[in-house]
Design a protein around this ligand. Structure first.
Ligand code: AMP
Length: 249
């Protein structure tokens, strides 16, 4: 089984982001970028399926700038076999990404496509679902367990109040939730080996995809600063303040 994993380059989750002075977006100058954490989980799941002898090849794909080669190399060091960069500097909507991924699906014909449930920068939680609509593949979103049984994928999903298991016909799309697995660290020998693995660069235009966004970011603002808290001496004082100052009781 060939598995395609979609990975996104995002600001590292440890970075405290700064908004640009003109409020046009996030200041990315000298900011550490990383593989989106949910995409790391997607790569790990594909690697585990390969280790179990279920997957035969893992292809990772990223739609983004040339610098995203760095994240593709990380995915290769984690165990993917080859990478595709769909290079564009456009500001991408989820639909533009899904259309680009659809073009790669048409070319690569994977049996399983694994994506993160959401990118931690845009928090869109849309791309996997849109790709399922465009490809007409079955979808299992927010997966906390993935099992291949005969020609089906069983996906256990985290839903409100419990777990739901769905059986999907292949080819299928799975999006990963946080508890699906704990991604491994790339070892130094694997980081070295990843430098020699194939990384192909194509453009969305060459595959007939228009990535011009239908959505424009108008303004990005930092949240209002919270005022400092105070310590109260007694419960009576707390109740008095909640009643007369905060007026919440
Ligand atoms: P989103 O719908 O933007 O929250 O992203 C959900 C998932 O879609 C991510 O975890 C990735 O697996 C995939 N994805 C989003 N943007 C990209 C991109 N530019 N390139 C490749 N995959 C992406």
């Amino acid at each position: 089984m060939k598995i395609l994993v979609a990975v996104k380059r995002v600001v590292d989750y440890n970075v405290k982001v700064r908004v640009k002075a003109d409020n046009s977006g996030i200041d990315l100058a000298n900011v550490k970028m990383a593989l989106n954490p949910f995409c790391e989980i997607a790569v790990e799941e594909a690697v585990r399926l390969k280790e179990q002898g279920i997957a035969s090849e893992i292809v990772v794909v990223c739609v983004g700038p040339a610098a995203a080669q760095e994240q593709l190399r990380t995915a290769l060091a984690l165990g993917a076999d080859r990478a595709i960069l769909m290079e564009t500097n456009d500001e991408l909507s989820s639909l533009a990404v899904a259309k680009s991924l659809k073009a790669v699906v048409d070319k690569e014909k994977p049996q399983l496509v694994i994506l993160g449930k959401q990118a931690i920068d845009s928090d869109n939680n849309q791309t996997g679902q849109m790709l399922a609509a465009l490809t007409c593949f079955a979808q299992g979103t927010f997966a906390s367990k993935v099992e291949i049984v005969d020609d089906k994928v069983l996906v256990t999903r985290e839903v409100d109040g419990g777990l739901q298991t769905v059986s999907l016909n292949l080819p299928a799309i799975v999006t990963t939730d946080l508890r699906l697995n704990e991604p491994r660290y790339a070892s130094l020998p694997n980081i070295m080996k990843a430098k020699k693995k194939p990384l192909e660069t194509v453009t969305p235009v060459a595959l007939g995809v228009c990535t011009t966004s239908t959505c424009k970011t108008l303004k990005v603002e930092t949240p209002a600063a919270r005022s400092a808290g105070i310590k109260v001496k007694s419960v009576a004082e707390l109740v008095e303040k909640l009643k007369n100052e905060a007026k919440v009781i």
